[in-house]
Design a protein around this ligand. Structure first.
Ligand code: NAD
Length: 479
């Protein structure tokens, strides 16, 4: 059994109430560790440590802050194998995905914002008789709360810019996947991060998470997770006038036109549907195909999806590992049942994938393609967040746009076409924070990231993140 601890003021500390939660390995379904079930008293201790560390951290010469964040990035890469194994064991994702996507990206997040802080600047405005300039100052103590699907990747996506901008952080990773965040604490200490600058409190959302949101000394909350929890957080934080960045759920459409580069589209659509078992907020779960291409796409897509291997996350031959938890496994299967009741036809998958031996208790689901469902049904309106997609033909640009915009979410859309006029029209008319054209998940970390409608408010990434984690003050000096 591995027991992890909170990371407060630079040291590992047990929860003050002495209580722990079980940590499950999705590949086997077995408990393999314990997680602090922290309460408000642990959050108080973390916030006190962060408050005490703030003046020195905010006042550190930029080059020194840069060097420490770069050292954290290097430390993550130096521990790539251990972190990748930990991420896979906590989340059920394949070790290959953790090694090639999650952990390298976590290192890159620190590297990227370490350099950003050296170049971040503010505006000045001169007029006859006066000069105004804008100060962008760190906020103080800020909170970062992250989900289980890309655990270290998304946790560091918040923590790195917050620290780069000169804040101290109290972070809470998902209670479902806490292990790599725990390992990160040690990496930060070794990199020379002063005690208290970054603190990690583990535990449940409504308890430890809510205590961070409610704490009066926490000036901003960067949250990534479900729309439901985002609404809870907004209810608490809005009347306290905290800065809020809410990166929430998605039900992303893929629009595939007959003039697309077919092979690239097909390969990418397999990934955008089922990478990480479909548990990426940016996965395209509603696939709309121009009618003239529909029959060919359906045949080729289903054939390739059927061939995807589901199994042991540690086996490099596995394309899909396990889904993250028993609760999530049951939720995804219940949506497949719902799709049948709503009149959908299961073209492939639609069932668990039983394993043997140690893995017999794990949570594996076959990649599932469903046809014949209208836009308005729950299957096409609600986020399933698993290896399940629906496919449907369309007859015109107008219909494709209406289908794409016809869900309550607005995170990302992928458009497959070589028609420039159409691309520009759709880019403008789509209700989404991100539009990918002839690609998917191609990320330039300088670009704004976030959603509209029920996918959240605020943008992260690049200068947007540095702006979010700083307060603006205008100074006007008469000449
Ligand atoms: P979740 O909302 O259940 O939990 C996310 C985090 O919030 C966890 O750390 C949890 O402990 C905490 N939390 C839960 N309730 C809280 C509360 N009342 N107060 C404070 N903290 C609370 O989400 P999840 O199931 O971990 O993650 C899946 C969801 O995340 C999906 O909806 C997915 O689309 C979304 N997501 C969005 C993005 C994005 O960038 N928009 C990225 C990844 C995942």
């Amino acid at each position: 059994m591995r027991t992890i601890q909170n990371y407060i003021n630079g040291t590992n500390k047990p929860p003050q109430n002495g209580q722990y939660l079980d940590n499950f390995n999705p590949a086997t379904g077995a408990v393999y560790g314990l997680i602090p079930d922290s309460g408000a008293e642990d959050v108080d201790a973390a916030v006190e440590a962060a408050s005490a560390a703030f003046p020195a951290w905010a006042g550190l010469p930029l080059e020194q802050r840069h060097d420490i964040l770069r050292a954290i990035s290097d430390g993550i890469l130096a521990n790539l194998d251990q972190l990748a194994e930990a991420e896979s064991m906590d989340s059920g994702k394949t070790i290959t995905a953790a090694r090639t996507v999650d952990i390298p990206r976590a290192a890159l997040n620190f590297k990227f914002f370490a350099t950003a802080l050296l170049h971040f600047a503010s505006e000045s405005h001169s007029m006859p008789g006066a000069l105004s300039y804008t100060l962008r100052q760190p906020l103080g103590v800020v909170g970062g709360i992250s989900p289980w699907n890309l655990p270290l990747y998304l946790f560091t996506w918040k923590v790195a810019p917050a620290l780069a901008a000169g804040n101290c952080v109290v972070g809470k990773p998902s209670e479902v996947t806490p292990y790599t965040a725990y390992l990160l604490g040690d990496i930060c200490t070794k990199a020379g991060l002063p005690p208290g600058v970054f603190n990690i409190v583990h535990g449940l959302g409504p308890r430890a998470g809510e205590a961070i949101v409610r704490h009066p000394k926490v000036k901003a909350i960067s949250f990534t997770g479900s729309t439901r929890a985002g609404a809870e957080i907004a209810r608490i934080a809005a009347p306290m006038f905290k800065k809020l960045s809410l990166e929430l759920g998605g039900k992303n459409p893929n629009l595939i036109f007959a003039d697309c580069d077919y092979e690239t589209m097909l390969k990418t659509t397999i990934g955008s549907s089922f990478n990480n078992q479909g548990q990426i907020c940016l996965c395209g779960s509603r696939i709309y195909v121009e009618r003239s291409l529909y029959a060919k796409f359906k045949k080729d897509f289903v054939e390739q999806v059927r061939a995807m291997r589901v199994g042991n996350p540690a086996d490099p031959a596995s394309r899909l590992g396990a889904v993250v938890s028993k609760g999530h496994y049951e939720k995804v299967l219940s949506y497949i049942e719902l799709a049948k009741q709503e009149g959908g036809t299961i073209l492939c998958g639609g069932h668990p994938v039983p394993q043997t031996g140690d893995l017999a208790g794990g949570w594996y689901i076959a990649p599932t393609v469903i046809e014949g469902l209208p836009l308005e049904c729950r299957t096409n309106q609600e986020e399933i967040f698993g290896p399940v997609v629906t496919i449907q033909p369309f007859d015109s640009d107008e219909e494709a746009l209406a289908l794409a915009n016809g869900a309550p979410y607005g995170l990302s859309t992928t458009l497959w076409t070589n028609d420039l006029k159409r691309t520009q029209h759709f880019a403008s008319a789509l209700q989404a924070g991100i539009v990918w054209v002839n690609c998917w998940l191609l990320r330039d970390l300088r670009t704004p990231f976030g959603g509209v409608k029920q996918s959240g408010v605020g943008r992260e990434g690049g200068w947007e993140a540095m702006r979010f984690f700083t307060e603006v003050k205008n100074v006007t000096i008469a000449q």
